[in-house]
Design a protein around this ligand. Structure first.
Ligand SMILES: Cc1cc2nc3c(=O)[nH]c(=O)nc-3n(C[C@H](O)[C@H](O)[C@H](O)COP(=O)(O)OP(=O)(O)OC[C@H]3O[C@@H](n4cnc5c(N)ncnc54)[C@H](O)[C@@H]3O)c2cc1C
Length: 388
């Protein structure tokens, strides 16, 4: 039987990318941190996703602000580690199939530029082809976002935890949290399969399973799984230089429809394979293969790059985005139960938003005022909406 430390300043539940980032910043702030993970490191969605760090797909609002903050953390606070997780500022290209789509892109770009995002609207497909020579010439035009970037999420998760260990953190894998200990209406620790651990602060970083963790504390946190597939082609000589996606992708991301939605997202990799997404559907934790979703991903990808017709698929994988009904994560202390904190529900942007979330949470855990106002991310806001 595994022995666990009897106490910690902070117990973090979940060793995905969000838990790893939170552990790193909390441990670097001097807190005694223990991460408890029921599986292996990145056993959940953080090993079944892509690693885009996007500003281009965010509507104006709190998520965009968190995204800009997180971009700065990746690029500035963590600059010395960029090579560890293959940080690449590859840029994003959003394409529109007709004039209406292009007009929508222009409006969004104007709002975003007002917030300091670098974006260049490209009025012709010939202009887009200068960035992406293999693009479908029947499209209308697009927008270029030089600040869109990516990391390798599995590497980011592992290295953030390794760096956290360097600051004294402990990472317990294969250890399930089975209960949240509460005394006199205050969290006092966790019950695990290996025994009890006392801590004045417990952070729920359980991704798509964070609603279950909240329920252990009798707190309602409506995080649901939103399944997504990624299709990987065989290595090809055709290169896709940026993250390239269709303008309707932004609408699909923001949609709350439970049915299957597919909008094309295509990117190349250094090994020559092409990654194609993106599907979204709410089917609970059903991990079975969906030929329909993958076939539609392939068909929509060909709309952007017809040159890929005939290329063979090598594999497809799926993961569960942690989805909240208002598409915002829950970040911060839970006002309903002192000592319970959440960093959960980042849906399709958890890799990009992880390090900003972790830094902000560490500020809160050490009694400092977070750099960003966390009011829009209050964990209890969804219960208030449900009760209204
Ligand atoms: C197809 C797809 C593509 C994506 N692409 C991108 C992208 O390009 N960019 C981006 O930013 N995001 C992307 N995402 C979203 C991103 O993957 C998630 O937002 C992110 O991985 C969530 O991280 P997390 O740490 O919150 O959750 P997870 O990685 O799921 O970690 C939660 C952990 O909690 C553990 N856990 C659960 N219950 C317990 C328990 N009782 N005790 C102990 N441990 C427990 C789980 O085992 C798991 O390891 C994508 C998602 C999908 C599905």
């Amino acid at each position: 039987m595994r022995t666990i430390p009897p106490r910690a300043d902070v117990v973090i539940i979940g060793a995905g990318v969000v838990g790893a980032a939170t552990a790193y910043f909390a441990a670097a702030s001097g807190l005694d941190v223990v991460v408890v993970e029921r599986g292996t490191i990145a056993a959940g969605t953080s090993s079944r996703c892509e690693g885009n760090i996007l500003v281009s797909d965010k509507e104006v609002g709190p998520e965009l602000e968190l995204s800009l903050y997180s971009q700065r953390v990746w690029r500035e606070d963590l600059a010395e580690f960029a090579g560890l997780w293959e940080f690449e500022a590859k840029g994003g290209v959003v394409v529109a199939s007709g004039s209406a789509g292009l007009a929508g892109l222009r409006t969004l770009a104007q709002h975003q530029a007002g917030l300091g995002i670098r974006v260049e609207v490209i009025d012709s497909i010939a202009g887009v082809a200068e960035l992406e020579p293999s693009i479908n010439r029947d499209l209308a035009g697009g927008a270029y976002y030089p600040d869109d970037a990516q990391v390798q999420p599995l590497l980011a998760t592992h290295h953030l935890l390794r760096l956290a260990r360097g600051h004294g953190a402990t990472v317990l894998t294969g250890t399930e949290v089975t209960g949240i200990l509460v005394e006199r209406d205050q969290v006092t620790g966790v019950e695990t399969a290996a025994g009890r651990m006392s801590a004045p602060a417990v952070v729920n970083c359980a991704g798509a399973w964070s609603g279950e963790i909240a329920a252990l504390a009798n707190v309602h946190l409506p995080v649901l799984p939103r399944r997504g597939f990624v299709l990987v082609t065989e290595p090809v000589p055709i290169t896709v230089h940026h993250k390239v996606y269709a303008a309707e992708y932004v609408g699909d991301v923001a949609s709350s429809d439970a049915g299957l939605q597919v909008s094309p997202v295509v990117e190349g990799t250094p090994s020559g394979t092409i990654l194609m997404g993106a599907s979204r559907e709410r089917v609970g934790f059903d991990a079975s293969f969906s030929a329909e979703a993958v076939a539609r991903i392939a068909a929509s990808g060909l709309q952007l790059f017809p040159v890929l017709r005939g290329v063979r698929a090598q594999r497809a994988y799926s993961g569960f985005r942690p989805y909240c009904p208002d598409h915002l994560p829950s970040i911060g202390a839970d006002a309903r139960l002192p000592g319970l904190w959440h960093a959960a529900g980042h849906e399709g942007a958890g890799v990009g938003l992880s390090v900003g979330t972790g830094k902000l949470l560490a500020q809160g855990l050490t009694g400092r005022t977070p750099d960003l106002d966390l009011t829009p991310f209050r964990p209890e806001r969804l219960a208030e909406v449900a009760a209204a």
